[in-house]
Design a protein around this ligand. Structure first.
Ligand code: F6P
Length: 542
């Protein structure tokens, strides 16, 4: 692989591949050659620094890394998450063909379908009002308590699918900061509130702490007996859920072969299903399934996740770009960048290869972003004129859900397209000067000002276009990014499916709690930690 990476670096400089502007000038068919579609979803990567030589080398790279073989290993249930001894089978959760998927010789599809059916029946009961609170009132508000993968997916998707939301109001509490649950509970009526405790392990301190506060809220207002009517749980640790006191028929399981950040398709999606209904949740799964099929079957040059992963790797390890910005021109995708942060950075933020040796080059980039057009008025300045090159990924629907605000949607599209064009084209010093003099500025002043109005251009972007943000389209988009992370992980030669890096902070926090509470001395901690504990204690005592 290192030899191909070296060849890529040589090719980039020999062919001046990073002069994207010149590539467009030279080839009127560039868009057609470097864009691919799956139904109404189009991925335009013509504004990245690729040419045919680069693409051929990237294809060879995928081959040499064994991406296709590893993809089959994942899809067929091999324990590819070897540091935890687990298969990686979020695709089984949306396997709409129902063909058997084997884990250690057992078909998982019957249990996947059984949980989906139980979720649908519970969701229907809550939505129709047949499942009521302890005092006989229907549920008006659902509060999901979870964090990380047990929160980000449901929050993101519930916001994204607001036009399909016809169930009870949805709320999400994740942070151990008591402000989060306190602000959420303000204004909620215990009699009509359902809490879903979502935790794969059912040990996560944030979730367990918030769950205890929620329990106290219900028990305090309605009595201990009411708890069973106002709680449900989603977990792989069914014994621990039982100990919390949630009745078995309100517990929805999943399996250790579903990673937290890949769990939106499992019972972790319950708050989404309650919000949009089982049918639309099914369409969400259908969309992901369509992407799975495409990922499995399409040749590399037509395969969206393959291409997205290859270009991501190229940006990181050939061109050396340390971050990428996710810029949905879709207000309802406002939490999509945060969702992708966990998906990508928790998966590919690793420094050790599958052999236990240090990663050669770099692994996953920093992933960040905000919806357009808001970001334009915040950080786009740096993307256009800053000294770092930040590849951007735009996404835009052809149609919104507000026909009466059509003009606003057109303005949104125009902004999205304008940004990718401006990033690619830039503006030369001569162009900047000519613009100034044409407005009547004298030559010497124009010479002074023009450099500040130069845009280097050649800044890479990928644009996704789709018809509209339906449950199907959202499912497809998430699955696209999941598989992209997989492809990049294979190219980085890492295990994308564990997350040991999160552990150290958790352990230390547990150890520091008695120190913060003043029950133990801070001795043994570093002097900064000791100093901070002392200052905080002093401020607390004032
Ligand atoms: O942050 C680490 C992590 O383990 C994530 O991978 C996971 O999504 C999150 O914590 C929540 O874990 P759980 O669902 O077990 O509460």
């Amino acid at each position: 692989m290192q030899a191909i990476i070296k060849d890529l670096k040589t090719t980039v400089s020999d062919t001046k591949a990073t002069d994207i502007r010149a590539a467009f000038a030279a080839d009127p068919n560039r868009f057609r050659r470097y864009s691919v579609s799956l139904d109404d979803l189009l991925m335009d990567f013509s504004k990245t620094a690729v040419n045919d030589e680069v693409m051929a080398l990237l294809e060879r790279l995928a081959d040499e890394a064994g991406v296709s073989e590893k993809r089959e290993a994942m899809l067929s249930g091999e324990a590819i998450n070897f540091t935890e001894g687990r298969a990686v089978l979020h695709t089984a959760l949306r396997n709409r063909s129902n063909t058997p998927v084997l884990v250690e010789g057992m078909d998982v599809m019957p249990s996947v379908n059984a949980v989906l059916a139980a979720m649908a029946s519970f969701a229907d009961g809550i939505r129709s009002g047949s499942l009521k609170g302890a005092t006989g009132k229907p549920i008006s508000d659902v509060v999901n308590i979870g964090i990380g993968g047990s929160d980000l997916g449901p929050v993101m998707a519930t916001l994204a699918l607001a036009p399909f939301h016809d169930g009870p109001r949805a709320h999400f509490v994740s942070n151990v900061d008591g402000a989060h649950i306190a602000d959420t509970l303000k204004g909620l009526d215990a009699e009509t509130t359902l809490f879903i405790i979502a935790s794969k392990t059912f040990t996560t301190i944030e979730t367990m702490t918030n769950a205890a506060s929620a329990r106290a809220f219900i028990a305090g207002r309605l009595g201990e007996d009411a708890v069973k009517h106002h709680f449900a749980a989603v977990s792989t640790a069914l014994d621990k859920v039982a100990a919390f006191g949630i009745e078995q028929h309100r517990v929805f399981g999943f399996w250790d072969w579903v990673g937290g950040r890949y769990s939106i398709w499992s019972a972790i999606g319950l708050p989404l299903m309650i919000a949009i209904g089982p049918e639309d949740f099914g369409r969400f799964l259908d969309g992901a399934y369509a992407m799975d099929q495409h990922f499995r079957e399409a040749p590399v040059r037509k395969n969206l996740p393959m291409l997205l992963g290859l270009i991501g790797f190229y940006h990181r390890n050939v061109l050396g770009y340390p971050s990428r910005a996710i810029l949905p021109y879709d207000q309802r995708l406002s939490r999509f960048p945060a969702y992708l942060q966990q998906l990508d950075m928790e998966s590919n933020g690793k420094g050790v290869t599958v052999d236990g040796t240090p990663v050669e080059g770099d692994s996953g980039p920093v992933v960040w972003g905000e919806p357009g057009t808001n970001g334009q008025h915040a950080f786009y300045q740096l993307i256009h004129q800053g000294t770092s090159i930040i590849p951007t990924e735009f996404m835009i629907a052809a149609n919104g859900f507000e026909p009466h605000l059509r003009h606003q949607h057109e303005l949104l599209i125009a902004n999205c397209l304008a940004q990718s064009e401006a990033l690619m084209k830039g503006r030369t010093r001569e162009e900047a000067k000519a613009q100034l003099t044409s407005k009547g500025m004298d030559e010497s002043k124009a010479d002074l000002i023009a450099p500040h109005r130069v845009f280097p251009g050649n800044r890479p972007s990928i644009t996704f276009v789709y018809d509209r943000l339906t449950p199907y389209a959202l499912g497809r988009l998430i699955a696209l990014y999941e598989h992209r992370v997989f492809v990049e992980g294979v190219l980085f030669r890492i295990n994308s499916f564990d997350q040991w890096g999160v552990e150290l902070g958790k352990e230390l926090a547990t150890g520091l709690l008695p120190v913060v509470q003043g029950k133990e001395s801070a001795e043994g901690h570093d002097s900064s930690t000791q100093g901070l504990v002392k200052v905080l204690a002093g401020l607390k005592a004032r």
